[in-house]
Design a protein around this ligand. Structure first.
Ligand SMILES: Cc1cc2nc3c(=O)[nH]c(=O)nc-3n(C[C@H](O)[C@H](O)[C@H](O)COP(=O)(O)OP(=O)(O)OC[C@H]3O[C@@H](n4cnc5c(N)ncnc54)[C@H](O)[C@@H]3O)c2cc1C
Length: 411
């Protein structure tokens, strides 16, 4: 098989790259080779409405199947790329098929990390990354009264909110001393801890897992350091991902943060190979120029657009404001910017009202916002962050005052 642009990974970044190529008028042969059997679908509902059984898979598909054919985008489902020869411009699939390419976009995302504890590799420990993962969880739900979720990040907490609302006894084990410690400030952590506890989720902070308790080859509980045993009919691990980049690194690509390093045009260090999405480590202006990896739909889409534009001859550097969202219960969290490195966090509104924002500043400038049921703050805050973040304290603390006022047009 010979393809002008071969895209490895048919998730958010891969699908978006293919669509952007066509939108930009690129006429060459484009193929989306994805390890999963399904056509490209939205991943966020997996830990939300799809887990809850409220959204059918068909509604999560990014495009109806026929639409890909109409755009002349070749879907190659079930095709995991296992090696790349950058000199020969050739990729090899798990089934042995070889595909030669002109350009390649590596958009293979990541694989959920396994628990680093005895029993952590038992087959029955669930993760949430693909449709198949959630189908497996749902298949065991009827007979599951006790559920232990390991990891108090967004995915673990979204799953907890869905499962406790189904009437399950849910325990969340978090190794850190607060929830969401990697991504948010203490005020937001405290708010979500209170919300979850209020709904009956048993949250254990600073939890150290000694082992997964096994019965008949399946997980039956979790043993905590200190001796406490938690029974579990279902164990779900949400402890992050490892970027899927092994074939590129084996081919000599520069590595960073466990992913593949890309420049501002999403080029890897290998000729004619770009990368986008969760697997792509890049220098980000909103992180003060530090090299980071972002795991968000925004980043996957925007990096994919940059890679596609470079290939289509309309190159522009990556420079998007990071944003993210999370749905738990009736709470919509929307995040703009990156809060890491902040030196001051200011509350805007009252968390008890369940509509408020946490505004993060560095050197007197707003660098990020976490907005809970506060869509207006989010929309204005995103523009404020993009514009450099200058905002006085009185405005920040007054929920009635707009965070961003566009400069009046002259003339
Ligand atoms: C449960 C869940 C909920 C989320 N919720 C949110 C949210 O609310 N908001 C938000 O902004 N983000 C959310 N995210 C994050 C967001 O979905 C990811 O950041 C986004 O999917 C990244 O896109 P990607 O294309 O890099 O990776 P993916 O979408 O994971 O796509 C990668 C694809 O590549 C395939 N693949 C892997 N290896 C290979 C290979 N060697 N060859 C070919 N194909 C391969 C994979 O099977 C996968 O289909 C969520 C993620 C999950 C898992």
């Amino acid at each position: 098989m010979n393809i002008d642009v071969l895209i490895a990974g048919a998730g958010h970044a891969g699908a978006q790259a293919a669509l952007m190529l066509r939108k930009l008028g690129y006429a060459g042969a484009v193929a989306l080779a994805g390890a999963e059997a399904d056509p490209p679908y939205e991943r966020p509902p997996l830990s939300k409405a799809y887990l809850a059984g409220e959204e059918p898979f068909e509604r999560m598909m990014m495009r109806p199947k026929e639409a890909w054919a109409e755009l002349n985008i070749d879907l190659l489902p079930g095709r995991k790329i296992v090696s790349v020869d950058p000199t020969a411009h050739e990729a090899r699939c798990e089934d042995g098929e070889r595909i030669t390419y002109g350009k390649m976009i590596w958009a293979a995302g990541g694989t959920p990390r396994r628990l680093p504890a005895p029993g952590g590799d038992l087959a029955g420990i669930h993760v949430i990354r693909t449709r198949a993962d959630v189908d497996a969880i749902r298949a065991g739900l009827d007979s599951a009264g006790n559920i232990v979720i390991i990891g108090g990040g967004y995915i673990g907490l979204e799953a907890a909110s869905v499962l406790v609302c189904m009437g399950k006894r849910v325990v969340v084990l978090e190794a850190q001393e607060r929830l969401l410690a990697r991504v948010a400030g203490p005020a937001l952590s405290a708010f979500y801890e209170k919300e979850h506890r209020g709904r009956g989720v048993d949250i254990r902070l600073g939890a150290k897992i000694e082992a997964i308790i096994e019965k008949g080859g399946r997980p039956a509980g979790v043993r905590l350091a200190g001796g406490a045993d938690l029974p579990a009919d279902l164990v779900i691990a949400g402890i992050g991902i490892a970027p899927e980049v092994e074939p590129l690194i084996a081919a000599g690509a520069e590595e960073a943060l466990g992913g593949v390093k890309v420049d501002q045009f999403c080029r890897t260090s290998l000729p004619d190979i770009y990368a986008a999405g969760d697997c792509a480590a890049h220098a980000n202006r909103y992180a003060g120029g530090a090299v980071i990896r972002l795991e968000s739909v925004q980043n996957a889409h925007d990096q994919a657009a940059v890679a596609a534009a470079s290939i289509a001859g309309a190159a522009k550097p990556y420079d998007a404001v990071p944003w993210f969202w999370s749905d738990q219960y009736d709470l919509k969290l929307q995040t703009a910017g990156l809060s890491s490195g902040y030196d001051r966090a200011v509350l805007r509104g009252d968390p008890d009202s369940r509509s408020f924002s946490v505004v993060y500043l560095k050197d007197g400038r707003v660098i990020a916002l976490d907005c809970v049921n506060a869509t207006r703050d989010y929309a204005q805050g995103r523009r404020l962050v993009a514009a450099g973040g200058a905002c006085d304290h009185e405005t920040i603390v007054d929920p009635g005052a707009p965070l961003f006022k566009p400069a009046a047009r002259k003339g």
